[in-house]
Write a protein that binds this ligand. Structure first.
Ligand code: ZN
Length: 398
C-alpha cells in the first residue's frame, strides 16, 4: 500500500480529497496513509508540509522507508474512510520558491565561482548550502548573484518529470542522488538540470530575488545563507531600517556608516586612555590629601574610609595610597554591590587578609586576595554600613 504523490506533477494545489488506506502511528502520534496526497514529506533537504486532514492538524509528514508510503502525522486520532486535505499555502510557497532558488544558486555557483554544492539545509529559520570552496572573492559572489537573478528575471519555465532510463542517460544532470527506482528530474529553464523530488515553482519569476546574506568558512567548505522572495524582502526591510536609523543618529549617509563607526571607536579609545590618565592623577592628589590627615600608627600611616563611588575608582585610590611607603589603606565602596579594598605598601609585612575577613563578618559577602591586597563584598550596603565594617577591621590593628 503506497501513496500516489500528486505534488510531483503539481506543487500548487493545496486542497484535495483522498481515501484512507491505513490508520497507524508514527512515534507517539496517530498517523494516516492515504491513497493519494499533495502533502510533501520531509526529504532532500526540504522540510515537510503542514496543514490539516478533516480539520485535524498535520504536525509532520514522513516517507516510510519500507514502502515509500506517505505518513501524515496528526495532532489527534482521526477515524475516517475519506478525508479532505488542506495544505498550509504560505509555508508551501516559501519552501517551493526557496527550493527552486537553491537549484539556480547552486548552478550559478558552479558556473561563476567553480564551487560545487555539497549539501543543502532548508528550515523555517534559515536556508543554507555548503560548497567546496573557501576563498570565494567579493566579485565572484557578485557574479554568482547576478547570474542567478538574471535567470529569475527572465521568468523561465520550470519542468519536472520522470525520464525513461534511455533519456536519463543522455541528460547532463548536476547532481545524481542515490535513490532506487524512478528518478525525477527538475529542469530550471534550461539553466539547471538536477535530480530532485522537491516542490518547485512553475516559472522562475515567482522566486522574486536570490540574495546570499552570509558566507562563513567551515573547515574546507563555505556555508552560505541565502534568501528569496518575501524572506529576502523582510531581510532587506530590517537591514534598511537599521542602516537608516544608525545613519540618522550619526547624521551621515548609510554608506558612510563604516567610517563613522570607525571614528567613534577611535574617539572612544582616545577618551578611555585620557580618562584613565585623569583618574590616576586625581587619585594621586586625593591620596596626598588623605595621607596628610592619616592616623599615624606604630610604623605606618592608616587610611580607613568608605566612599560612595564605584569600586574601580576606590581600587585606584588604594593603589595610589600604597604606592607610598608605609601606608595601610582600608577602603570601601558603598552601593548595590558594595566592595571592600584593603591594601598595604610593599615595604610593610602586615597581612591585610585577616582584616578583610573581619570586615566581611560585619558586612556580609565573600572575598579574598593576597597579604598586600585583598578585596571582597558584593552585597548591598550604604556608606555607614561600609564604614562600620572598615572600623571593625581597623580595631584589630589596636
Ligand atoms: Zn532539489
Amino acid at each position: 500500500m503506497t501513496t500516489e504523490r500528486l505534488y510531483y506533477a503539481d506543487s500548487y494545489t493545496l486542497s484535495f480529497e483522498a481515501d484512507v488506506l491505513e490508520v497507524t502511528t508514527h512515534g507517539e502520534r496517530p498517523a494516516l496513509v492515504l491513497n493519494r496526497t499533495y502533502f510533501y514529506p520531509e526529504g532532500g533537504g526540504q522540510p515537510a508540509d503542514r496543514g490539516t486532514l478533516n480539520g485535524v492538524r498535520v504536525l509532520d509528514v514522513q516517507s516510510r522507508p519500507s514502502d515509500r508510503a506517505v505518513l501524515h502525522v496528526l495532532e489527534a486520532p482521526l477515524q475516517a474512510r475519506r478525508v479532505t486535505g488542506e495544505i498550509d499555502g504560505e509555508r508551501r510557497r516559501d519552501f517551493r520558491l526557496h527550493h527552486s532558488g537553491q537549484h539556480i544558486l547552486s548552478q550559478a555557483l558552479e558556473r561563476a565561482a567553480a564551487a560545487r554544492t555539497l549539501s543543502v539545509h532548508m528550515s523555517e529559520a534559515s536556508m543554507t548550502l555548503d560548497v567546496d570552496r573557501v576563498d570565494i572573492a567579493p566579485e565572484e559572489w557578485e557574479a554568482v548573484e547576478n547570474l542567478a537573478n538574471r535567470i529569475v528575471l527572465e521568468d523561465r519555465p520550470v519542468r519536472a518529470w520522470f525520464p525513461k532510463p534511455k533519456e536519463l542517460a543522455a541528460l547532463n544532470i548536476r547532481k545524481l542522488p542515490e535513490v532506487e527506482g524512478r528518478l525525477r528530474v527538475v529542469d530550471v529553464g534550461g539553466f539547471d538540470l538536477t535530480a530532485c523530488g522537491g516542490t518547485h515553482v512553475a516559472r522562475t519569476g515567482e522566486i522574486g530575488v536570490i540574495k546570499v546574506v552570509k558566507a562563513e568558512r567551515r573547515g574546507e567548505t563555505t556555508r552560505l545563507e541565502f534568501k528569496c522572495g518575501e524572506r529576502a524582502l523582510r531581510d532587506y526591510r530590517a537591514k534598511n531600517d537599521v542602516a537608516n536609523r544608525l545613519a540618522a543618529s550619526l547624521t551621515v549617509g548609510y554608506w558612510e556608516l563604516p567610517e563613522a563607526v570607525g571614528r567613534l571607536q577611535e574617539q572612544n579609545r582616545a577618551l578611555q586612555s585620557e580618562l584613565k590618565a585623569a583618574r590616576e592623577r586625581l587619585a594621586a592628589y586625593e591620596a596626598a590629601t588623605l595621607l596628610a590627615e592619616a592616623s599615624q600608627r606604630d610604623g605606618y600611616r592608616l587610611v580607613a574610609r568608605a566612599f560612595a563611588r564605584n569600586a574601580d575608582e576606590v581600587r585606584l585610590l588604594a593603589q595610589a595610597l600604597t604606592a607610598e611607603a608605609g601606608v595601610v589603606a582600608l577602603l570601601g565602596a558603598a552601593g548595590e554591590r558594595a566592595q571592600l579594598i584593603f591594601a598595604r605598601s610593599a615595604d610593610l609585612s602586615l597581612d591585610v587578609q585577616p582584616l578583610l575577613k573581619k570586615a566581611l563578618e560585619a558586612l556580609g559577602g565573600r572575598g579574598g586576595g593576597r597579604p598586600n591586597l585583598a578585596q571582597g563584598g558584593g552585597v548591598s550596603a550604604d556608606l555607614a554600613q561600609v564604614q562600620a565594617a572598615i572600623e571593625a577591621a581597623a580595631a584589630l590593628l589596636g
